[in-house]
Design a protein around this ligand. Structure first.
Ligand SMILES: CC(C)(COP(=O)(O)OP(=O)(O)OC[C@H]1O[C@@H](n2cnc3c(N)ncnc32)[C@H](O)[C@@H]1OP(=O)(O)O)[C@@H](O)C(=O)NCCC(=O)NCCS
Length: 180
């Protein structure tokens, strides 16, 4: 029998988003419209409006070269989840994840964490960090399962880190360059 997680990763493609065009911005808005306010708070640490182009672009930090996004795409092309990777030191990325509120608990978050780890290894990154609100038990459970260790509380946040030892080669097939 195929494990659930594999089935999910087969169903939802993880794609590295390097540039945003109009149709991708529209897809981001559709995704933002499907987020419950509490999920937005858990992701960004505070309530946040995600209505205008500016608000959506700023939330997902799409316009700075230090940031990358990995999208989990449903078979119909809709965004099911987003992992954001922000370069905070030369070899350290900070990770943020959010899954569409009506698509949670299908393994999408776990797939995005695996894709983020692969992407970081391909970039030769040595350390992945995440800051998670104390009351965010789902994410704290998920990130511990992915191998991150708690490095300590900072105020209302719990800090997590994953040390990455080996670099991995980029995918060979040019046709799938964007698949993480
Ligand atoms: C946290 C979040 C990303 C998890 O995404 P997801 O796709 O629902 O998670 P998965 O289905 O991959 O879950 C993987 C594992 O995480 C744990 N988990 C996920 N949601 C959970 C919940 N509500 N309660 C308890 N454990 C949970 C479970 O161990 C789960 O494995 P299982 O389903 O086999 O028991 C999602 O709930 C979310 O977007 N929350 C709002 C934003 C947020 O909190 N972002 C994190 C801040 S960086």
């Amino acid at each position: 029998m195929i494990p659930n997680e594999m089935r999910t990763c087969d169903t939802f493609r993880s794609v590295l988003v390097e540039t945003l065009d109009v149709s991708r911005l529209r897809a981001l808005h559709t995704f933002a419209d499907c987020l419950a306010p509490n999920d937005v708070r858990l992701r960004f640490g505070t309530p946040r409006r995600l209505a205008s182009d500016e608000e959506v672009l700023a939330a997902f930090r799409c316009q700075t070269p230090e940031n990358e996004m990995i999208w989990a795409l449903a078979p119909n092309g809709a965004i099911a989840g987003i992992a954001t990777l922000s370069l905070v030191e030369p070899s350290t990325l900070e990770l943020g994840v959010i899954v569409r509120s009506d698509m949670k608990r299908r393994g999408i978050g776990a797939c995005l964490l695996e894709a983020a780890k692969r992407r970081a290894r391909r970039r030769g990154i040595r350390s992945l960090l995440a800051s998670i609100l104390w009351d965010n038990r789902p994410m704290r459970t998920l990130i511990a399962k992915a191998g991150f260790v708690a490095t300590g509380p900072v105020g209302l946040l719990c800090e997590y880190e994953l040390a990455l030892s080996e670099r991995i080669a980029p995918p060979q097939n040019g046709r799938h360059r964007q698949i993480v």
